[in-house]
Design a protein around this ligand. Structure first.
Ligand code: SIN
Ligand code: CO
Length: 380
């Protein structure tokens, strides 16, 4: 892991601390040639193949005569083969769940908490293609794969959107800064920063490393669902002093007061909030399934494998922890504190190298291996 006071080449020589202080959630950063080898990690043809897969989330944005059209995948091979020569963009989410190089790219950002991570999206566009001027609600690192693009950005306050179209496109985009980007170039944008990318070559690919910033409303709704499952309120409504009401159909003030007092007893602690976050943030998206044909007979055999080959999280696995409570793909386990260093290492770096591990660790990890959350070996 990077020491936080060391210059980081892909941040243009800034330290992680300086980047967080001066740029993160504040202002853009452009770094030429930050990830020079990314273009080789995924070809246009491979991205199109992923867009045909029903387990991937893909979108196609088409612009014809100033009219925007949005279609959702999966897309057939014929459809992808018959796209126009210009002015479209194909976007595929969750590339880190299927491509080891994309998962590895995320490991370049250990200075941002895993809990903030969303996913890696890759877009493909011919000359003229793009998704229009817009803003996103999350932090994003846009990295050029193959081909080239023109990025224009603006700190404009006017965020009004064109109405009546299926995409979020700014009505009045006024570029303030512009870059012509080539393979490996990186542009970091804070949330709500207006940007507009237009492809300048055929087969232009952009990798978006996005960091989620959940809305208060979404967190509130999800937290209430979490609380609902765990709510334990004692007592019941009582009215021994009931008087004959003037209107039997009226909800009387005594009832409102008593129920209000009951509801105010719904409470939660920081431990509940942490537990909610652990489950919510690691919960796999509905289209994600875990399966493996790697079979291990029992925990003894698993322990030998663990010590000799090590293990890694499956590409789609999400692991977080708080104290000695570890969350993996929406499930949780309380680990003995003796196992904390290894489990924290697995969560932080997504792998445990070969070593001689205690039997207890193998016992804890084996069910995760059987669920295909974990895989054998440290490299895919
Ligand atoms: C693109 O890859 O062209 C669009 C990515 C973005 O603007 O968020
Ligand atoms: Co964007």
């Amino acid at each position: 892991m990077n020491a936080h006071n060391q210059p980081i080449a892909f941040l243009g020589g800034l330290t992680a601390e300086a980047f967080l202080r001066d740029h993160w959630q504040k202002k853009p950063l452009f770094v030429p040639n930050a990830f020079p080898h990314l273009a080789q990690a995924l070809s246009p043809k491979e991205l199109k193949t992923l867009a045909r897969n029903e387990d991937m989330q893909s979108r196609l944005v088409l612009k014809q005569n100033d009219r925007w059209d949005l279609q959702h995948g999966p897309f057939s091979a014929q459809k992808l083969a018959r796209l126009p020569a210009q002015d479209w963009s194909l976007l595929v989410q969750g590339i880190n769940h299927v491509l080891p190089e994309a998962a590895q790219l995320l490991q370049a950002f250990p200075f941002i908490p895993t809990a903030r991570l969303d996913d890696v999206m890759v877009s493909l566009a011919p000359t003229g293609g793009g998704v229009g001027p817009h803003f996103d609600s999350y932090d994003v690192f846009l990295i050029q794969g193959c081909g080239s693009k023109r990025w224009q950005i603006s700190a404009q306050q006017d965020q009004s959107l064109i109405e009546g179209i299926p995409l979020r496109i700014l009505q009045h985009f006024q570029a303030e800064q512009e870059w012509l980007v080539n393979p490996g170039d990186l542009l970091y944008l804070p949330p709500r920063y207006a940007h507009h990318g237009v492809s300048l070559s055929d087969d232009s690919m952009t990798w978006s490393v996005g960091f989620r910033a959940p809305k208060a409303q979404e967190l509130g709704q999800q937290f209430l669902m979490y609380l609902e499952e765990r709510l334990q309120l004692d007592g019941m409504y009582a009215d021994p002093d009931l008087r004959v009401p003037l209107h039997p159909a009226e909800i009387g003030p005594d009832m409102i007061r008593q129920v209000g007092e009951m509801l105010r007893r719904i409470s939660w602690s920081d431990t509940d909030v942490a537990d909610f976050l652990g489950h919510y943030l690691t919960e796999p998206k509905p289209h994600i399934f875990f399966e493996s044909d790697d079979f291990i007979e029992d925990v003894t055999e698993f322990a030998d494998m663990l010590n000799q080959q090590g293990v890694r999280l499956a590409l789609a696995s999400q692991m977080l922890f708080q104290g000695n409570r570890f969350y993996l793909n929406g499930e949780s386990v309380d680990a003995p504190s003796s196992l904390h260093p290894w489990l924290a290492r697995l969560a932080d770096s997504r792998r445990l190298p070969p070593d001689s591990y205690p039997e207890e660790l193998a016992e804890l990890l084996f069910p995760w291996f059987e669920a295909a959350y974990l895989e054998r070996g440290v490299t895919p």
